[in-house]
Design a protein around this ligand. Structure first.
Ligand SMILES: C[S@@+](CC[C@H](N)C(=O)[O-])C[C@H]1O[C@@H](n2cnc3c(N)ncnc32)[C@H](O)[C@@H]1O
Length: 248
């Protein structure tokens, strides 16, 4: 695998991207360690999210092999103790469409009482999320993480797939932390797959939503999903914005 570039196109540099047409890279965290994003997330985030509740429920969309999910949980625990936030029980549900990544996440999960991983393709089924919420007596997750997933759903399911994702996540979350891949990543992902003779990304040529992807997502979330941008945590080393939205 090639070294990490600062251009935000690292996902283009995998030796065999054709093997990961959904972004389901088996070694994702060796070139994008959780710290790249977690270092941008301030402890104050956790004061606002689920602060009056005994249990905080978090959803991690497209969790890959679970390393960021686990690191996020640890980051949250550390932040709560540093900020003297009353300790509460945190539960994270991570899901991914890739069965073997979920298997690995479950095998290496150090906090099985607090973190669960399930196999789920969000574009075909949201029932499992509704079932989870019902079992925990909630109508929404306190926080939903959607990090580095939008491009893969957009490329594989087109504009309608992307908008449906944003609608589905907003309807089941109080807060949404979004990292949308910038347009330059789309070009390189499509180019590399084309070189390998893959035509999976036929949608790429017909996408109407292009350009500033973070701005498109923000506009859609604010105008159609009842969310508002409350904070931007800056940009990652891969030049991607981390944006926090909240239900109006
Ligand atoms: C680039 S990785 C990002 C992993 C993690 N969210 C992070 O930022 O560290 C994208 C992940 O999204 C998953 N994914 C893509 N489309 C999905 C879908 N329709 N439903 C569930 N997971 C999906 C892929 O399998 C992959 O593991």
């Amino acid at each position: 695998m090639a070294a990490c570039s600062k251009s935000g196109e690292v996902e283009a540099e995998i030796e065999d991207p054709g093997a990961a047409p959904f972004g389901n890279f088996i070694n994702y965290y060796s070139f994008n360690p959780p710290e790249n994003r977690l270092s941008l997330i301030p402890a104050s985030l956790f004061k606002d999210v689920g602060h009056e509740e005994e249990n905080t429920h978090i959803l991690d969309v497209g969790c890959n092999s679970g390393e960021l999910t686990v690191a996020f949980y640890e980051h949250l625990q550390k932040s709560m103790s540093e900020e003297n936030t009353p300790l509460r029980s945190v539960h994270i549900l991570g899901f991914d469409l890739d069965e073997s990544l979920i298997q690995r996440a479950n095998q290496t999960n150090p906090f099985p009482d607090n973190i669960s991983f399930i196999e789920l393709d969000i574009t075909s089924d949201t029932k499992a999320l509704q079932d989870y919420l019902r079992q925990h007596g909630r109508s929404r997750f306190h926080l939903c993480l959607c990090l580095a997933v939008t491009m893969w759903i957009h490329l594989n399911h087109g504009d309608s797939g992307l908008l449906q994702l944003l609608s589905d996540l907003s309807s089941c979350s109080e807060h949404l932390l979004l990292e949308a891949q910038p347009w330059k990543c789309y070009r390189s992902a499509a180019r590399r797959l084309r070189k390998l003779g893959r035509s999976d990304f036929d949608h790429f040529k017909t996408l109407g939503i292009k350009g500033d992807m973070a701005e498109h997502a923000q506009r859609y979330l604010e105008e159609h999903c009842g969310m508002e941008l409350v904070q931007s945590f800056g940009s990652t080393t891969w030049d991607r914005k981390l944006l926090l939205f909240k239900r109006k």
